[in-house]
Design a protein around this ligand. Structure first.
Ligand SMILES: [Zn+2]
Length: 287
């Protein structure tokens, strides 16, 4: 049995210690995700994880008629996909995360406005995070529209859906260029090309959003607030990046590339063990 419990214990003297710096916030999330991912490592074994919660975070015990104050340490832009619940996969509790979820974690005006609200009003905030995930359906829709223009033509009058697909298209184009540069134009004929394009675009889409947020809120970032990004791998349950040619997934939230760094970054993704496996290539086959 696997059991994950949010526990408020009135007899306990548990005091939640919020991260004081962005680096502490990253460590807290990385450690939480590592613990969550470990749940599947011993199949059949009983696991019981407890996430302590304070009364205040549950809205209990305040003065009559008084609402708890909102005190998250992280604001996260993530995908609406039901398999990717941020608080659970980072092992966090109520009032820890200000979560903005939308298909494909696209950076629409409402999302930027929500993050702007959090940055402006929530003094407890130490970290902004963008989180994509492998096998994202929204990114897959953008990839299919890119690979088969007739599909995109069918979406031409579907403006709400196009708002999602169009926002991801630049990442798909960038991923296509990176895969061709790393593996040659003939890579498009490989059976695994579509899946490789989806996951390469997933990573690039999250990186581009994180870089865009950093540019938008540049003057408000510093020692007390930073931005990172990562991709949740549905198979290993780790938040990290496919950037290593040896190991499938490098765990941990990371700083987004900027400017010229994007070229090297997307090349690392295109030649990573994860993407080359999807292409059914050996990493050494990369050009
Ligand atoms: Zn998704």
């Amino acid at each position: 049995m696997i059991e994950i419990t949010w526990r408020y214990d009135a007899a306990s003297d548990y005091q939640e210690s919020e991260p004081a710096t962005p680096a502490e916030a990253v460590s807290l999330l990385d450690e939480g995700n590592s613990e969550f991912a470990s749940l599947g490592s011993a199949s059949g074994a009983d696991r019981h994880l407890v996430i302590p919660v304070t009364a205040a975070d549950l809205g209990i015990g305040g003065a009559e008629g008084e609402a708890p104050s909102q005190e998250p340490f992280v604001a996260l832009l993530g995908c609406a996909d039901a398999r990717v619940p941020p608080e659970l996969l980072f092992m966090q509790s109520a009032n820890d995360a200000f979560v903005v979820r939308v298909a494909g974690n696209v950076l629409g005006a409402e999302c930027v406005g929500s993050l702007d609200y959090a940055i402006t009003h929530l003094r407890s905030l130490r970290l902004l995070t963008v989180m994509g995930h492998t096998g994202c359906g929204a990114v897959a829709a953008a990839v299919d529209s890119y690979l088969r223009p007739i599909v995109y033509l069918g979406l031409s009058s579907e403006l709400p859906l196009r708002a999602v697909v169009d926002a991801i298209m630049a990442a798909v184009r960038g991923a296509d260029v990176a895969l061709r540069r790393s593996h040659g134009d003939e890579v498009v004929a490989r059976a695994g090309y579509r899946l490789a394009l989806i996951d390469t675009a997933v990573v690039l889409n999250a990186a581009v959003a994180a870089d865009a947020i950093r540019t938008m809120f540049d003057t408000r970032l510093g020692a007390d607030l930073d931005i990172v990004f990562g991709v949740y791998d549905l198979v290993s349950r780790r938040v990290g990046l496919p950037i290593d040619s040896e190991s499938r997934w490098t765990p941990g939230l990371a700083r987004a590339p900027h400017g010229d760094e994007f070229l090297e970054f997307v090349r690392d993704v295109a030649t990573s063990a994860h993407v080359t496996r999807l292409l059914d290539l050996e990493p050494s086959d990369a050009h």
